[in-house]
Design a protein. Structure first.
Length: 532
């Protein structure tokens, strides 16, 4: 393994529509980061889901694609492969022949997995990328041959199920005209209801508040819904949210359009033009039946679940996933570690920043969720140092907003990145394009959190956690920041905090003084430059 001490793993999903691969570098302690992804729409299951046999043409296309993926993986020095096949191969009478061809011609062993195992692995992938806590959720994966359902109460999956209702199967079985006739649509929707309703009915009492959609078909529908409402995901699809009504409008548009008309719809992947109608009808039926209002996109699915399952079974140091049950915090920690970390400084600054937040959030009228944004911005504020010191705050912004932070909405990542960007030097201003693109309330939050982060960063100037705790005391039109240093000298920290205090004074509309406490006695107050 010339690439380092860690292991490189390729996880491959041989689906009925597409073949996907994800390649990850796994460190000796179980940490990992994604190196590359590949996807090819092969349509392996074309015709087989109704005929019961994979065509020679489809098998050859699948073998060629897997050979190309294997070559890519070899160039990246992949050590281990884990490949699984789903509905099309699982159901085909000659599926074994395809598996044998791949083994002989590519040198790759492909495991055919049952539907419930497919659902379990999808859940592992989704749980890693989306925060499923706090609400009953239906995770829905619509492939070419089957649909996987995972019901979760926010803590664990209540049920895993797989139903033979993929978009290729439905399109071949019911949609023989373009656009489909009213009779064909009625037959399709009756079949969907007859097959799905017994699966969905037991879970209607759980009051499913949201549906998480994964797989290419659903992600494409969610993207189209974003375009329809004038808010496309713009490359940030994971955790992108639309409403069930948005999806309903997309379905109504699609069923009336022929192929040329569908291709004119913004956001449609042209490769899915022939299958998207069936996917829209199925998706809309599930949303209507469950009464769910919110639809959330998840870009992690089966192949990522295969990777995570492999790590859980084989990597002794995989305790990190258990250590950070919150996928958002886990994602932040992993980004920091991938970029080289920043020692204890990020944690120290985050601790001080949250102490300031907890004592100021009511005065500053900050929303509760801003506390978490500040925490993560503080933890990541110095990651730009790993590229260069000069203007590292701008590089921190770039790395945060372009890293794969999972579990966050787009605007949350932007806010975290901007707060980190403004932790030093220039304050936020409307001339900054990214800042100006925020809503008025978001700009106010960024300004307040940046002001807090500047002080917290200054109070750990030496990176030795000299300031253990701090307390704010309001005295008329002034605030006194009392610093508990356990007797350690904090002159450098106070000097730096004084240099950073102007923005917080502006936000608060008050002057700020600092006082270092040494045991029960207080040293004389150290006044800010603006207060003197």
């Amino acid at each position: 393994m010339a690439h380092g001490q860690g292991m490189r793993i390729a996880a491959i999903d041989v689906g009925s529509n597409s073949i996907h691969m994800i390649i990850a570098q796994v460190e000796s302690d179980g940490r990992f980061h994604v190196l590359d992804r590949a996807k090819e729409m092969v349509r392996l299951g074309r015709g087989s889901l109704t005929s019961g046999r994979l065509s020679t043409e489809a098998m050859s296309a699948g073998v060629r694609t897997l050979a190309a993926f294997h070559t890519l993986a070899d160039r990246l020095h992949v050590d281990r492969f884990k490949a699984v096949a789903t509905s099309a191969v699982r159901e085909a009478a000659n599926g074994g022949e395809f598996i044998q061809r791949v083994k002989e011609e590519v040198g790759l062993r492909v495991q055919v997995i049952p539907g419930r195992e497919e659902a379990r692995l999808i859940y592992l992938g989704v749980r890693h990328a989306i925060d499923l806590r706090g609400a009953a959720t239906l995770v829905l994966d619509v492939g070419g041959g089957s649909v996987e359902f995972i019901f979760t109460d926010g803590e664990a999956p209540i049920a895993l199920d797989s139903v033979k209702l993929g978009v290729a199967r439905l399109s071949e079985g019911f949609l023989r005209q373009d656009p489909p006739s009213g009779k064909q649509l009625a037959e399709l929707e009756a079949h969907i209801a007859h097959t799905l309703d017994p699966v969905l009915q037991p879970f209607e009492r759980h009051r499913i508040g949201r549906v998480v959609g994964t797989s290419g078909t659903l992600l494409n529908l969610i993207t189209m819904a974003g375009y329809l409402r004038g808010d496309p995901p713009d490359g940030h699809l994971n955790n992108f949210t639309v409403s069930a009504d948005d999806l309903g409008r997309i379905r109504r548009t699609l069923v009336k359009s022929d192929r040329e008309g569908r291709l004119r719809i913004k956001g449609l992947d042209a490769k899915r033009a022939d299958l998207i109608v069936a996917g829209a009808c199925l998706f809309d039926h599930v949303l209507q039946r469950m009464g769910a209002k919110a639809v959330v996109a998840c870009t992690w699915s089966l192949r990522e679940g295969v990777l995570l399952d492999f790590l859980a079974r084989h990597a002794r140091g995989i305790a990190e996933t258990e250590q950070y049950g919150d996928p958002r915090r886990r994602s932040v920690v992993r980004l920091a570690r991938h970029l080289g970390e920043t020692g204890e400084h990020g944690s120290n600054v985050a601790r001080l920043a949250l102490q300031l937040f907890d004592q100021l959030h009511e005065v500053l009228r900050l929303p509760a969720e801003a506390r978490e944004w500040l925490d993560y911005a503080a933890y990541l504020h110095d990651v730009g140092h790993h590229i260069r010191h000069q203007d590292h705050q701008r590089l921190s912004y770039y790395l945060i907003t372009n890293g794969e932070l999972l579990g966050f909405q787009r605007n949350e990542v932007e806010i975290i990145g901007l707060v980190a960007r403004y932790h030093r030097k220039a304050a936020p201003k409307d001339g900054d394009e990214s800042y100006a693109a925020l809503t008025k309330s978001e700009r106010r939050v960024v300004r307040s959190l940046s002001a807090i982060l500047r002080i917290a960063d200054g109070l750990d100037r030496s990176h030795y956690a000299v300031v253990r705790d701090l307390t704010l005391v309001q005295r008329g039109d002034r605030w006194l920041v009392q610093l508990d240093t356990r007797g350690e000298d904090a002159e450098l920290e106070v000097w730096e905090a004084r240099r950073r205090v102007a923005l917080l004074e502006e936000v608060l509309g008050a002057r700020i003084d600092f006082q270092v406490l040494s045991g029960p006695e207080a040293r004389p107050a150290v006044r800010t430059a603006s207060a003197s």
